[in-house]
Design a protein around this ligand. Sequence first.
Ligand SMILES: [Zn+2]
Length: 355
Amino acid sequence: MDDRELIIIIGCDVDNDYNPKGNRVHENENIWDGITFGIPNLKEIFNSLTQTRDDPYPNLTWLLRSDKQMDMLYNDYAYPVSHFLDMWRSLNKDGDEIGWHPHMWDWDNIRKQWFPHLDEDKWTNECLEAGYKAISKYFKPTSCRTGWNFQSNNIFEKLVELGVKVDLSGLPGQKQILFQNSPTSHLHDWKPTTEEFYFPSKSDYRISSTSKKCLNILEMPLSLTPIPTLQAYAKFVHHNVRHNLNQPFSKPVIAYNFKLTEIMRITKHPKLFKRGVNKKFKDSKIRNSTEYIITYFHPHELLGNGLFSISNFEANLKYISDMSGKYGIPYRFLTATQAAEDYLTQTHQSEIIHD
Ligand SMILES: [Zn+2]
């Protein structure tokens, strides 16, 4: 049997374009241009690609903000959901999925700045419970990507309790220490995680365990693309120098680990993205298997012309289509929850979704 196929899941972390200076949004301050202008432009590109090239239509997973920061800015936890509701309803009607992207941003009233509030389970739980309740008035999300890819055993447990079935926060092999905080606290820690999908262990979300000790949520980590050694080294030096310069009074630490891969970003320059695409098609061919690309972007990247842009997005989609033809391997786009269901059926795992 020919199992060769590439499945692509594209998520969008629907964040504001930038953090406002204060903890309230002032009149005339527009921090959502990525949604207003970027998303309609992207839909035009999708329509043109499917019409002129007969490519499959990319259905996306829109991960919407609903959390304490939104409440502080707008007195509405689910402001980006309610304010752009017509757009989300129309996308959803056309087959896109509406998921959730909670950020644990909090306001420091002494320093007058936003900071990641990641070390207090009680605060996190309140943020998640109220955020999920607010978004659920409009949609009931079953997929999630957390802000900064930060995860913890506590958050995973809360997501399961709220009814989330799929998480896309994993960054295989990556760990980064938080700026301006103790060296033991991290912005994310996925050091032992691989690209394999798994049900997270209750005692260590980064890995799996025997089925009884796992949580009933499928982790589908983001996909990796190989990068050249020199580039990997430059990134390693850049991130660590930047981190340690920002903390001049602390002992220097390795804040960012060295790796010869990076996360596949659909809006990033095709030179970097296409290495990953080639690898996935090659793996599928050699292993006679279904392979997955799990990638994401932000709306504000659709407005830029730099390293991340809408034209890169278009070029990367065309490249996937061209390589599919070259390798003779089909591909299709699925949303996060569709892909999880598909994967569990293919691997006969539906039964081990625990209580
Ligand atoms: Zn975000």
